[in-house]
Design a protein around this ligand. Structure first.
Ligand code: ATR
Length: 286
């Protein structure tokens, strides 16, 4: 079924991803597999859009009736000004990665954080309520993930960051029921020792810096979940060390799959074929 022929005709609905750079993106192969798998008459391509062309691109989406767009670096914030509506969670996160075009009305969503949480629950830890969670890093990725995690009623979320001030500010911006605290990396050992789940959202350990890790694995509790949003490499040094230290490990590929799965669901109203999407991306990464 992976190589079933995709029909393109005068009814085919258009989708795509924009970014700069974009040619490395695995979204087109993942989403076209999802369309083939479900029989949706759609086609999804990659558009290399530079910052100066972003407004023109969105005008083009309206003119051509492109149904859905994924947005990646560096446009997740800047694209918001061109849309008609921003979903509540995308507004709280301050970034859009998915646009839905409903008869010319463009709404921006953010599926990165909820995609991460769905992956964590399905692949590593179904029960997040009551858990003590440490998030390493306080950048854009951390913001979406922390926001989505607060909806799961964990006991505490502690954000630890090299630049303490960013962690403190990010924590202060989350105004829900959950206790969210920001600390500097000087407290990393102490907070990791108490954590049920430790999530790396920094770029530490990403290709080509594969010998770096954001923590010393001896600080982690035996049986804790170590989770990384990096998927190149699939098993970072952080995860490899954590596994040897007796942790359960969770890699970053699922976040990519499920951010796409949610986008597919918003666009088509049907469940995404997540297993098939994962299979295709795994083949492409091999
Ligand atoms: P993203 O959107 O991927 O989150 P970002 O907003 O640039 O990117 O945030 C990168 C995060 O990784 C930050 O928390 C950054 O720490 P600082 O706020 O101190 O800059 C963290 N980070 C990046 N490289 C790091 C390193 N070598 N060691 C520790 N933290 C690092």
């Amino acid at each position: 079924k992976a190589d079933a022929i995709q029909r393109v005709d005068s009814h085919t609905v258009l989708f795509g991803v924009i970014g700069d750079p974009i040619r490395h993106s695995k979204s087109p192969i993942m989403m076209n597999r999802a369309f083939r798998e479900t029989g949706v008459n759609g086609v999804y391509t990659a558009f290399h859009i530079t910052a100066d062309k972003l407004g023109d691109f969105i005008a083009g989406v309206r003119a051509m009736g492109i149904r859905g767009v994924n947005v990646t670096i560096p446009h997740k914030q800047d694209v918001m000004q061109y849309l008609d509506h921003i979903d509540e969670s995308a507004a709280a996160i301050g970034a859009v990665n998915t646009i839905v075009n409903n008869d010319g009305v463009l709404t921006g969503y953010n599926t990165d954080g909820i995609g991460y949480v769905r992956s964590l629950k399905e692949e590593a830890e179904p029960q997040l309520a009551g858990k003590h969670i440490v998030v390493l890093g306080a950048g854009g990725a951390a913001r979406g993930i922390v926001y989505a995690l607060t909806k799961e009623a964990p006991a505490t979320i502690i954000i630890a960051n090299r630049t303490e001030q960013r962690a403190v500010e990010l924590a202060a911006s989350m105004n829900g029921e959950t206790s969210v605290t920001g600390v500097g990396n000087d407290q990393l050992q102490q907070v990791c020792a108490k954590a049920d789940i430790i999530i790396n959202t920094t770029s530490t350990g990403m290709f080509p810096n594969v010998d770096e890790s954001p923590v010393d694995a001896s600080w982690l509790r035996h049986g804790a979940v170590a989770s990384d949003i990096i998927y190149n490499p699939m098993k970072t040094k952080f995860l490899a060390d954590a596994e040897r230290a007796g942790c359960r490990i969770h890699g970053g590929l699922g976040m990519f799959i499920y951010q796409g799965a949610y986008a597919f669901e918003y666009w088509t109203g049907q469940p995404a074929p997540a297993a098939a999407m994962r299979e295709t991306v795994l083949e492409a990464l091999r």
